[in-house]
Design a protein around this ligand. Structure first.
Ligand code: PEP
Ligand code: MN
Length: 335
C-alpha cells in the first residue's frame, strides 16, 4: 500500500505515518516525489487496512498496490493455468467450445442437439437441469431427471457435460452426474455455495455476476481456490446493459484485463449477453478475436419450442457456420 501525503504535509506528519506503519509491524519507505511524499508499506503478508491512515493529519489517500486475490492472481502464480480432462484442455492457448440447449428438456432433445454440436466440433455439452429463472412460473428444469439425461448424452456421444448447481443440494447431484459444475451469474456471490464448490472434485465454471466488478468476480474465484479447488474457469457473460438492444452488455475488455490479473482460463458466453440469436455469432467472433480461451453457446434444434432462452439459441446450421468462422479466427488453429 502507498500512503500519499498532502503536498503541504510537514516532516512531523510524514514521520507519524512512518511510526504508525512500524507500530503495525511493517516496514515504511518514504518516497519523495516532485510535489509530494508517498510512504510505501513493505513486508506486509496480508492486506493492510487503509482505515489506519485515512484520518491521520497530512494523509490524502491510501492506495492498495498488491492484489487481494492471492491464489487467483498472477502475483503468486505467473504461468497460465490449464484445466484438463482426459483428452481435453482449456487455457494457455487451448480452446474449448461448450454448446447445447439452455435447459435439458427431454432425452431426444438433448441427444439430437448433442449429436449436432459434436459434429460441428464442440467438445462439451451444456444443458441446465436446475434453472435459476427470473419468474417462479417459468420452467425450472428437470432436476435429477435432467442430470440423468446429461449422463446418457455423455455415454452416447463421449462429450463432457456442464450444468449449473444452484444450491448445495443440486451441487452434490451435479458432481455425481456431470463433468463441470457451473455457478451462474446470479450465484456468483453466494459465498456458502462457492465454499462448497471449492471442495468438490470437479472443475467449476464461474460466471461473472451481472453487476460484478472484475475484482468481485476474481474474489469469488478466490473462494473456490481457497477451499482447494484449483480447476476454475472464468466466464464473461455480460453485465446489465443500458437500453434493451441486448440482454446484457458483453464486456470484452475483461478478456485482456482478467488475463493480466489472473492465470485462470477465461471463456465467453455470447448467448446470455446477446439475448437474441442474430447477435450471438458477431459477439462470439469478437470474443475469439479478443483472445478468450473458449465459448459457451446455446443451440437448439427447435428454438421456437424451447422451454427457455429459445430466442437466443442458434439453429444447428448457424452453429456449424460459426464454428467454421472460429477456425479461421484462431491463429493457433482449432483445438
Ligand atoms: C445459463 O448459462 O443457463 C445461465 C442461466 O446463465 P447466466 O448465469 O450467465 O445467466
Ligand atoms: Mn439460458
Amino acid at each position: 500500500m502507498l500512503i500519499v501525503m498532502d503536498r503541504d504535509a510537514t516532516a512531523a506528519q510524514i514521520d507519524a505515518v512512518v511510526q504508525k506503519i512500524q507500530s503495525l509491524g511493517y516496514t515504511a519507505q518514504p518516497m519523495p516525489g516532485g510535489e509530494r511524499v508517498a510512504v510505501a508499506i513493505l513486508r506486509n503478508l496480508g492486506p493492510v487496512d487503509q482505515a489506519h491512515f485515512l484520518d491521520m493529519a497530512g494523509v490524502i489517500q491510501a492506495i492498495p498496490v498488491s492484489r487481494p486475490y492471492k491464489l487467483v492472481g498472477r502475483e503468486m502464480k505467473r504461468e497460465d493455468t490449464i484445466v484438463s480432462w482426459p483428452g481435453l484442455e482449456v487455457g494457455r492457448g487451448r480452446f474449448v467450445v461448450m454448446a447445447g440447449p439452455c435447459a435439458v428438456e427431454s432425452e431426444s432433445q438433448a441427444l439430437t442437439i448433442a449429436e449436432r454440436v459434436k459434429a460441428a466440433g464442440a467438445q462439451i455439452f451444456r444443458g441446465g437441469a436446475f434453472k435459476p429463472r427470473t419468474s417462479p412460473y417459468s420452467h425450472q428444469g428437470l432436476g435429477k431427471a435432467g442430470l440423468k439425461i446429461l449422463k446418457k448424452v455423455r455415454e452416447e456421444t463421449g462429450l463432457l457435460t456442464i450444468t449449473e448447481a444452484v444450491d448445495q443440494e443440486s451441487l452434490r447431484l451435479v458432481v455425481d452426474y456431470a463433468d463441470i459444475v457451473q455457478i451462474g451469474a446470479r450465484n456468483m456471490q453466494n459465498f456458502s455455495l462457492l465454499r462448497c464448490a471449492g471442495r468438490v472434485s470437479k472443475p467449476v465454471l464461474l460466471k461473472r455476476g451481472m453487476y460484478a466488478t472484475v475484482e468481485e468476480w476474481l474474489m469469488a474465484a478466490e473462494y473456490l481456490m481457497a477451499e482447494g479447488n484449483s480447476r476454475v474457469i472464468l466466464c464473461e457473460r455480460g453485465v446489465r446493459a443500458i437500453g434493451d438492444h441486448v440482454r446484457n452488455l458483453l464486456d470484452l475488455a475483461t478478456i485482456p484485463v482478467v488475463r493480466r490479473e489472473s492465470h485462470l482460463p477465461i471463456i465467453v458466453d455470447p448467448s446470455h449477453a446477446a439475448g437474441r440469436r442474430d447477435l450471438v455469432a458477431p459477439l462470439a467472433r469478437a470474443a475469439v478475436a479478443a483472445g478468450c480461451d473458449g465459448l459457451i453457446i446455446e443451440v437448439h434444434h427447435e428454438p421456437e419450442k424451447a422451454l427457455s432462452d429459445g430466442a437466443q439459441s442458434l439453429y444447428p446450421d448457424q452453429f456449424d457456420t460459426l464454428m467454421e468462422e472460429i477456425k479461421t479466427l484462431r491463429p493457433g488453429g482449432w483445438k
